[in-house]
Write a new protein. Structure first.
Length: 182
């Protein structure tokens, strides 16, 4: 076969292969919240909070249990939280078109939260959430930071309607429960 013949055949051989590759569906991305999947509890049952802008309280919350699992899509997670004094849930949905996270939560009888935020490549999550039972116009910035694959910290800071920190915050570290512990 001459060089000329090879040059004429090459497009006929390569173009169908490339066309087939273009028709193949794109690979599905893993659930961006997969790192949160599983069961969690407060590390050492310890939680800290400030409600007056200055006094740090350390409280013990025994038997805190959060279970996070995918719902019926590959871009969301539902976390069900159960403690002796408070129960609720959090739904996070990743919006690929806008590259951000949507937050919806409900705790107790009156604490409904709505927000939006971002998720970085390490699955650290930052959210701005407004709650129905907090002062009008105020909001909270939540930061979930991974310490290891089996531990993350959560800190929630409150801001007033002008965007100024109030000094009120709460947070703790959460550790993964292993199936053998339950």
């Amino acid at each position: 076969m001459t060089r000329f013949a090879v040059r004429r055949l090459l497009p006929m051989l390569v173009v169908p292969v490339l066309a087939g590759a273009q028709d193949a569906p794109p690979a599905r991305a893993a659930n961006p919240f997969a790192r949160f999947f599983g069961e969690w509890t407060l590390k050492d049952d310890r939680f800290q909070q400030v409600w007056d802008g200055k006094t740090v309280e350390t409280i013990t919350i025994p038997r805190h249990h959060t279970k996070c699992a995918p719902v019926n899509t590959d871009r969301s997670v539902l976390c069900v939280v159960d403690t002796p004094d408070l129960a609720g849930h959090i739904l996070w949905v990743f919006d690929d078109a806008r590259d951000h996270v949507r937050h919806l939560s409900h705790f107790g009888t009156a604490r409904s939260g709505v927000g939006v935020g971002s998720l970085d490549a390490a699955s650290n999550l930052r959210l701005e959430v407004r709650f129905s039972d907090e002062p009008a116009g105020s909001y909270r910035i939540y930061e979930y930071r991974w310490v290891s694959n089996d531990e993350y910290s959560m800190l929630s800071r409150q801001y007033d309607s002008a965007g100024k920190p109030t000094g009120n915050w709460y947070g703790g570290s959460f550790v993964r429960l292993r199936a053998v512990q339950r």
